[in-house]
Design a protein around this ligand. Sequence first.
Ligand code: CTP
Ligand code: MG
Length: 180
Amino acid sequence: MVGSLVATAFWAMLPAYVPNNFAVLAGGGRPIDGGREWNGRRVLGDGKTWRGTAIGTAAGLALALALNALADPVSALVGSSLPTFELRAAFALAFGAMLGDIGASFIKRRSGRERGAAFPGLDQLDFVAGALFAAFVLAPGWALDVFTLPVLAVVVVMTPVLHVTTNVAAYKLGLKNEPW
Ligand code: CTP
Ligand code: MG
């Protein structure tokens, strides 16, 4: 029962988990805010780029489509029925995750934090909030079906743990400048 909830939560959120990691690998180039400032501080900062956002979104979308092809065999393997992703849901999870992260940078800059500064809590959940919000808006039927309250509870607890682990790993591997 709990195992099946965790499997479903992890599976359903995978298209929202990978965009940020791909953005880190693909980042660089023109910042989304074009270098503009607001009240003496960057609107978003150099850490939010068009390329990172586009490639991150594409990676999440591609992963969702790959998971659709794997849903049956993996469901049989783990013994619970894992969801497939409607196209709108796949896009919402991937792009929503990027938007959540961009929104967090906006908040960080307004609160005086420089690029790369940590904001505990926001850093771990910004992309979850963005992905879920976008999924419930763009694919409400699908989202209500997949993200039941118990699944949402697992997502909220599990995501920060995964986020911290993967970011520390990316930092140790030299892929990220900070371990958050
Ligand atoms: N990145 C990007 N575009 C995005 C998100 C991330 O290009 N939409 C890349 C950037 O190279 C960024 C790196 O991924 O520096 C790490 O992402 P993140 O930790 O989200 O950004 P920070 O540089 O820490 O900036 P911020 O303080 O605004 O979060
Ligand atoms: Mg950061």
